[in-house]
Design a protein. Sequence first.
Length: 332
Amino acid sequence: MQRWDTSTISIQAAAEAIRQGQLVGMPTETVYGLAGNALDPETVAAIFRAKERPTFDPLIVHTDTPDQALALASSVPREARSLAERFWPGPLTLVLPRRDGLPDLLSAGLDTLALRVPSHPVAQALLEEVGLPLAAPSANRFGRISPTRAEHVIEELGDVPELAGVLDAGSCDVGVESTVVGFPEPGRVVVYRVGATPMEAIRDLVDDVEWVRAADAEDDPALALKGEQSPGMLARHYAPRTPLTLLEEDAPIPTDLKGRTGWLIYDRILDVKGPQEVLSTRRNLSEAATRLFACLRRLDHLGLDQIVAWKVPDRGLGCAINDRLTRAAETT
Ligand code: TXA
Ligand code: MG
């Protein structure tokens, strides 16, 4: 497995590996993706195998221009078009009716396909060089912490035989995954996954946006039947191996804990025993999002009995951070 830099020669080597049917760790502005040729059914199957991802959970297809992305859809609702114009290239994924002739497994047998145009210069360069749409889920084993550095990809997937290498572009800027938006019926806009494009920014453009929370969908199986649930909305996700307890933003430090505890805090250093990770001493939610997964991963490596985390303010990128922490704290 190669650890490539981001020179033109390395990008050419990565593109060649993808043309040969292999997989590549691709940096994006959100998290690293496990990228392969989206048009080749065997490659798509290899991505599911590598991640140990259930085949009911569909992939996101990446292209280097909005036109190429929308060309993979059989129709594009007006709201989708304005979101694409405003936010692409960038951390937004649109779920649209899929065109015929693409591998079924890409979208797990659904009649919709998730599309995204990443803004990261290395992702852009790779997509342009390879000239193919790339299927790329986050480059972690299913349900685990998403990778925001090349070494996280190696740690998660370094033993996958189909992985030719990782393009090492350092740390991802945004640090949480793209916002996933769908259009289940005319006039309806639904957020399936809160993420790097804040709800507030989407609402600026589209009046009526619903957010289907994972818990809502689990409580109401009918949502899934109506096509309003994203298959990836399983509650437990982004999970460290260490049990994690999530507290409300203003909750006091618990005093009844047993064993070794690590602490994940938004903005201040605590007077406690045990390792602490502070997301942003400047109380900046963007900085907190950038650091979130790496901080969780570091705490998870310490062999602690538990991690205690506090929620961050529930606005902007804070909603995505709280969603990931809530799902990391789920036990089932
Ligand atoms: O930021 C990102 O989106 C990263 C980078 C690598 O682009 N990718 C990523 O992919 O997070 P993944 O596979 O980890 O998450 C894809 C999400 C899942 O929640 C999945 O269920 C949802 O998108 N999704 C994909 N296709 C869908 C579809 N047809 N309908 C509804 N949800 C879909
Ligand atoms: Mg993922």
